[in-house]
Design a protein around this ligand. Structure first.
Ligand code: PLP
Length: 388
């Protein structure tokens, strides 16, 4: 053989059987080489192309399935893609979706801009509506109820168990964005919810450096539709990213325990500060939704909001700009603490209510909580001069 041929095939016959490592091999491949001609079109042979996922993807799907109590888990290139992909896989023109008004805003944007373009209708419901009202008022076209509990930015809790029970009796599917519960603190499928969707980007990844999402189902037919949906849309995630997510999963409980403990300690401390009007944290005793959280969740993560006492317009930005340890960023779930102001994002909501004052969302990271309190105190001092 000439060198140029030799180089195409060189190394392929190396005698290096895969040794067993703690993590799965990061297999890279678009092409899957099949053993013989019959295997090319063998219906029973599910893996004929790398886009369907290789060793690391498989390991991650199995691990997430065990955590979520699912028969099938599909992976998506981001958390938002998991939400949009699951909706596209299950809905058709003419269907109506009931979506929580407290939904993650880009999910809402997809519902409004894309689902409607394909002949679906979306109606937003008050996240504090009772399950009886919500499902009772659902018309015959309603195919799916999309929940997020606690809700984005405002942290309302919904009785997802009861909503799922009532919806099932009406033949309506239920799905929830379970990024706050991370598939660990809350297990939607065990509570009768049909789909558990999450941005693995947040707590499972845990280091603010990888995007991915998952959708899990315990009904085999739903799980099949989800994975077909990914196939039809042509989405794939990289094996390196799948490996990273699996690595994050190993320490998820340990990290979440610390995020939850520090978050609650800081929320309690904030409640006693004179510049603070209200806390929005479902795991804080006395909070609206506390009973539902206590009933259904095994713990809390580090994400919550609080309202500053109303003051001058420039106050919330002065508060944020005075922070030194909390970064200003729209994400959460990583090891680092983050803060944002929320009000600009709440304007499009149908059921806007009085949250007590300008809302600040905090993600409490893994730093020492006493240092974080000192940082917040410094920012509250900066805010105090904006109070009348
Ligand atoms: C509640 C919630 N769901 C979904 C997402 C989307 O995740 P991703 O950034 O991976 O698309 C986010 C991101 O902030 C989120 O907060």
């Amino acid at each position: 053989m000439k060198d140029r041929t030799r180089l195409i095939h060189a190394g392929g016959g190396a005698r290096s059987p895969l040794v067993k490592t703690v993590g799965p091999p990061i297999q890279k491949g678009s092409t899957v080489l099949l053993p013989n001609a019959a295997a090319l079109y063998d219906e029973a042979n599910h893996l004929t192309y790398g886009r369907e996922g290789l060793a690391a993807h498989d390991a991650l799907r199995v691990a997430l399935g065990e955590m979520e109590g699912a028969v099938g888990v599909s992976l998506y290139p981001s958390g938002l893609a998991a939400l949009t992909g699951a909706l596209l896989a299950l809905l058709k023109a003419g269907d109506e979706v009931l979506a929580a008004d407290s939904l993650y805003k880009p999910t809402r944007r997809f519902c409004d801009k894309v689902l409607t373009r394909f002949g679906m209708t979306v109606r937003y419901y008050d996240p504090l509506a009772t399950p009886e009202t919500l499902v009772g008022e659902a018309g015959p076209a309603v195919r799916l109820i999309l929940m997020e509990s606690p809700g984005s930015l405002t942290f309302e809790m919904q009785d997802m168990t009861r909503i799922a029970e009532l919806a099932r009796a009406r033949g309506i599917l239920t799905a929830c964005d379970n990024t706050w519960g991370a598939g660990y603190l809350y297990k939607p499928l065990a509570h009768g919810v049909d789909l558990s969707i999450q941005a693995l980007t947040k707590y499972v990844g845990g280091h603010s450096d990888v995007f991915m999402g998952s959708a899990a189902a315990s009904d085999p037919e739903l799980a099949r539709k989800l994975s077909e949906g990914v196939l039809h849309l042509g989405w794939a995630v990289s094996p390196e990213d799948a490996y990273q997510m699996l690595r994050g999963l190993r320490t998820l409980p340990t990290r979440l325990a610390q995020h939850g403990e520090s978050g609650l300690a800081i929320a309690e401390w904030l409640r006693a500060q004179p510049e603070v009007a209200a806390l929005h944290h479902p795991a804080l005793p006395g909070a609206v939704g506390y009973d539902l959280w206590k009933r259904d969740f095994s713990g809390a993560c580090g994400l919550f909001a609080f309202a500053l006492k109303p003051g001058a317009k420039a106050g919330p930005d002065a508060f944020l700009d005075a922070l030194q340890l909390f970064g200003l960023g729209f994400s959460w779930g990583g090891f680092e603490s983050l803060a944002i102001s929320c009000d600009p994002q709440l304007r499009g909501r149908a059921f806007f209510r009085d949250y007590g004052g300008p809302l600040i969302r905090l993600h409490v990271g893994l730093e020492d909580p006493e240092d974080l309190k000192a940082d917040l105190r410094r920012a509250l001092d900066a805010y105090a001069s904006h109070l009348g």
